[in-house]
Design a protein around this ligand. Structure first.
Ligand code: PA5
Length: 420
């Protein structure tokens, strides 16, 4: 189960809730009837594609990679890697054989990966909807050369392309070289592509269960598209909008589980790229707690009061550890002996929420029963629907990202790209 609790924000801004709630319901109607801005990019509402052909092919390819024991090099940037990295890190921490590259231009990181590959066999999954993005393009060129040197003609069997059905350099390359390929539907934007092969192939290759992911997504859409007033996607959009309209221009996603670090990165892209346009939009930021309470805690408690906070809390853990009793008690921790780590973490959350509220930070909470495939995919869907609702309430098109092009134009000019 996933629960959204925003009782303190409701109390703080009680007078404004009902009119903003009505706006949110209208925005949800526009999403469901597909009549809002950017409605040509609503293919994500129909995901995941559950046709047996699609599921069987994805599972078969992922199983081949997983069972081989080889590394999978996942090449992509933005929406073409963040979703997979978020779910894989949440489920497996660092215990998996997926490496992500092509999301920066660091010679150090690429050199380190190339060194690792001297002694490891590997598959490549290059992911780019446009097929023309520079960062993954360069990484793929370098890794393709390595694969061809190492495996000769059979390199083609180890390269899997995820791209547009018809256009772009990657599609041309895949067709010419005979690489296996998966399609990113035309009507699904990068940051909404988690439940396409963009996210699913690396996630399944890491060992996740596709049936749980599908179950979570189906239940997520059922919940998030319902007209029920308790719909968490709707409530979250309402709460965020109320805070924003009361001068809180920054949202902190705060998690007490470090496994959710990259989930927050995915969330930042989803909300930042969807809302930040036309001079508007909440700035999405994130912290990992309790770690960052010892660095960012001071600012959150006591800095400029322009922030509201959404906590992500995992309620139950499949594995836990009890704090031992120590005869000497020199560290004075015996008052905790017999308590589990998750209990202490829970109290840290409760104490932090109360402190931040006292410090003038409005707070709300998403509770996840467990950190597993089903809850994670359900939460992703709730966030996707919620950002569509709040984007419409803001008056922007939540599905485009025209601002992303500006740095590219300058960079290409500086690099002397022909035709620029
Ligand atoms: O959300 C988006 O659309 C972007 O973040 C893209 O995913 C990102 O720029 C990568 O684009 P592409 O998949 O075309 O390489």
């Amino acid at each position: 189960m996933i629960q959204f609790i925003d009782e303190l924000i409701r109390k703080r801004y009680a007078a404004q809730f009902s009119s903003i709630q009505k706006e949110a319901e209208t925005a949800l109607d526009r999403l469901i009837s597909r009549t809002g801005k950017g409605n040509e990019f609503l293919g994500w509402l129909d995901l995941p594609d559950q046709s047996p052909d699609n599921v069987i092919l994805l599972e078969k390819t992922a199983k081949e990679i997983h069972d081989s024991g080889d590394l999978l090099i996942s090449i992509g940037i933005g929406g073409s890697y963040l979703g997979a990295k978020a779910i894989i890190h949440a489920l497996f921490g660092d215990q998996h054989r997926i490496r992500f590259i092509g999301h920066h231009l660091s010679p150090l990181e690429l050199t380190q990966l190339l060194k690792e590959l001297e002694s490891r066999d590997f598959y490549i999954n290059v992911i780019s909807k446009s097929g023309t993005t520079t960062e993954p393009g360069i990484a793929f060129r370098i890794l393709r050369e390595l694969a061809e040197k190492k495996y000769g003609e059979s390199a083609a069997k180890r390269i899997i392309v995820t791209t547009d059905a018809n256009k772009g350099a990657l599609r041309t390359l895949a067709d010419k070289k005979g690489y296996r390929s998966f399609v990113i539907p035309d009507n699904v934007g990068g940051r909404f592509s988690l439940l396409t092969p963009v996210g699913l192939l690396p996630i399944l290759a890491a060992g996740a269960d596709i049936n749980q992911i599908i179950r979570g997504a189906v239940s997520g859409f059922e919940t998030a598209l319902s007209q029920d007033k308790q719909n968490p996607a709707l409530q979250y959009a309402v709460s965020r909008t109320v805070c924003y309209r009361n001068g809180k221009g920054i949202e902190l996603l705060s998690s007490f589980e470090p496994r959710l670090h990259y989930f927050s990165e995915w969330w930042k892209q989803l909300f930042g790229e969807s809302e930040g346009k036309d001079g508007k939009g909440i700035f999405p930021a994130s912290v990992d707690l309790t770690t960052d309470l010892h660095s960012m805690g001071q600012w959150i408690q006591d800095g400029v009061r322009s922030v509201f906070e959404t906590f992500l809390v995992v309620d139950h853990y499949q594995e836990d550890i009890k704090i031992p009793y120590d005869e000497s008690d020199l560290d004075t921790l015996n008052y905790l002996s017999g308590r589990s780590l998750s209990y202490v973490n829970q109290k840290a959350f409760e104490g932090t929420r109360a402190a931040h509220e006292d410090g003038g930070v409005p707070t709300a909470v998403f509770h996840l029963d467990y950190l597993d495939e089903e809850h994670l995919s359900k939460l992703c869907v709730i966030f996707e629907v919620s950002v569509a609702i709040s984007g419409y309430m803001l008056g922007v098109n939540p599905f485009d990202q025209p601002g992303v092009e500006a740095y590219k134009r300058n960079m290409f000019k500086l690099l002397g790209k022909p035709g620029i």
